[in-house]
Design a protein around this ligand. Sequence first.
Ligand code: NI
Length: 132
Amino acid sequence: MLERIGISIPEELLSAFDEYIKKHKYEARSEAVRDMIRQTLLNERVEQDDENAIGVLVIIYDHEKRDISSKLIHHQHEHVNFILSTLHIHLDKHNCLELIVLKGLIKDINEIADEIISSKGVVFGQLVKSGI
Ligand code: NI
């Protein structure tokens, strides 16, 4: 069930918002406002250590750096109960991109991601979390 609300908003802010929704291809303000509310609530939730979440960890590393491949595989086997899936893409002669999908308590997901991202040879690492 949908509820209607009315809000007052300064003209300049509304005009900036309208530019934003046009740029991001929203058809109507309502869906953009709903998405912003959802995102704000989600951002707060994924800061709570004891909530469950799904995390997608993206890393890039040079597989020729000493021991990096076996260390990353070791980390993943250590945390096998949290890892749902891993996708490995050979980007070029040296670089590999890996997507690691994690599920569990946010504090555990953060810890595993930190361990992997801080491994020597990982040149990029970013964790995206979402509630489940
Ligand atoms: Ni590779």
